[in-house]
Design a protein around this ligand. Structure first.
Ligand SMILES: [Zn+2]
Length: 95
């Protein structure tokens, strides 16, 4: 069996100097039926996931640590706003 070593998901770009600082909160009861629609590559210690549901969305940040995962989330916003945040994350303009 061969192991696929290529990364299939995107990585976040190097952080830009004048980036937007996002507010990361402890997870709270999330949107019902929210589902992950995009994610960054799991080869990195920090993984970002875009969740959407019922016309709303948020981004989840998971830091994979030896002792477990540390999870934070952005506030729930409109899908449009959250996709703009997602694009900023991937391009290094927000973190
Ligand atoms: Zn990767």
């Amino acid at each position: 069996m061969t192991v696929l070593e290529e990364c299939l998901s995107p990585h976040v770009a190097m952080l830009q100097r004048d980036h937007v600082r996002l507010e990361w909160c402890a997870p709270y009861p999330v949107l019902e039926r929210a589902r992950s629609v995009a994610w960054t590559c799991f080869c990195r210690a920090t993984v970002y996931e875009l969740y959407e549901g019922a016309g709303r969305a948020f981004v989840r940040r998971t830091v994979q640590l030896d002792g477990g995962h540390e999870i934070h989330e952005t506030a729930i916003r409109s899908i449009h706003e959250t996709r703009a945040i997602w694009t900023g994350l991937l391009s290094g303009r927000a973190r």
